[in-house]
Ligand binder design. Structure first.
Ligand SMILES: [Zn+2]
Length: 257
């Protein structure tokens, strides 16, 4: 299984830099992990963990929409200078107006610029979208064709949202522990509309631990709970969900087959 979105490299949550968490994930059958970047400070921590497990892990680079500081243009310049380097994806980037919409215009500019990097370096984009679907879809629609491969990470929307997104692009959808929550029937109803070949597994660790460990510190070893819930919802064998989602993740993030 592949955890396509995990921040287990963050020392605040994993004081050993995530080494034990990666080992627990591999023991649980989660042998591949993608580390999304939040800001410049993520990069040394991600690289340290990646260097311990180079075949099991991939790195993304990008400025998270809630992490824009007054010098965001300079930060983007520094990140662009690091490309392509050791990065397999751009992310996580996008729009987040949930707690604060005061930098909406800047978030839009930063997202549009980082989408262009993906086309320039032929990399997929991990999109973080929270209370920002209108802007996200407008910016994607304004991007010159062809679009890079897109991943709507932490997708928690409805089948109507899937259909609306597909009027603009044809992304993969990162499904995490929210799918196991009692109060997420609309997300489960969206899974057959998304289709197994457009689903990616993710934890978004250290957040969003799935049932039956909801509320604990999340880590990549919890992916089997998410895989099992998707399999039950789609009435498919868990092995098939594992195989199809692994294949998509390997293709997108350049894991060896
Ligand atoms: Zn994230």
């Amino acid at each position: 299984m592949t955890d396509t979105h995990t921040h287990i490299y963050m020392p605040d949550s994993f004081p050993d830099g995530g080494v034990a968490a990666v080992e627990r994930a591999i023991s649980a059958g989660v042998c591949r992990m993608v580390f999304p970047c939040v800001d410049l400070s993520s990069i040394p921590d991600m690289r340290t963990l990646h260097s311990r497990f180079p075949d099991n892990t991939r790195l993304a680079i990008g400025l998270h929409p809630t992490e824009l500081t007054p010098d965001w243009r300079e930060i983007l310049r520094q990140m662009h200078d690091m490309l392509p380097g050791d990065f397999a994806a751009i992310g996580e980037v996008g729009i987040d107006l949930y707690h604060d919409d005061s930098l909406r215009a800047e978030q839009c500019l930063a997202f549009a610029e980082q989408l262009l990097w993906a086309s320039e370096f032929h990399l997929p984009v991990i999109i973080h979208c929270r209370n920002g679907l209108d802007d996200t879809l407008r910016i994607i629609a304004e991007h010159p064709n062809p679009l890079p491969p897109l991943i709507f990470h932490s997708f928690t929307g409805s089948k109507e949202d899937v259909e609306r997104i597909r009027t603009v692009c044809d992304p993969w959808f990162g499904i995490n522990g929210v799918v196991t929550f009692k109060n997420a029937p609309a997300l489960r109803e969206a899974l057959p509309v998304i289709g197994l070949d457009h689903i990616l597994l993710e934890t978004d660790a250290p957040w969003l631990a799935p049932v039956p460990v909801r509320g604990t510190l999340n880590e990549s070893s919890r992916i089997p709970h998410i895989c099992q819930c998707i399999a039950e919802t789609l009435a498919l064998p868990m092995e098939q969900v594992e195989e199809i989602t692994d294949r998509a993740a390997a293709h997108l993030f350049s894991f060896s087959k």
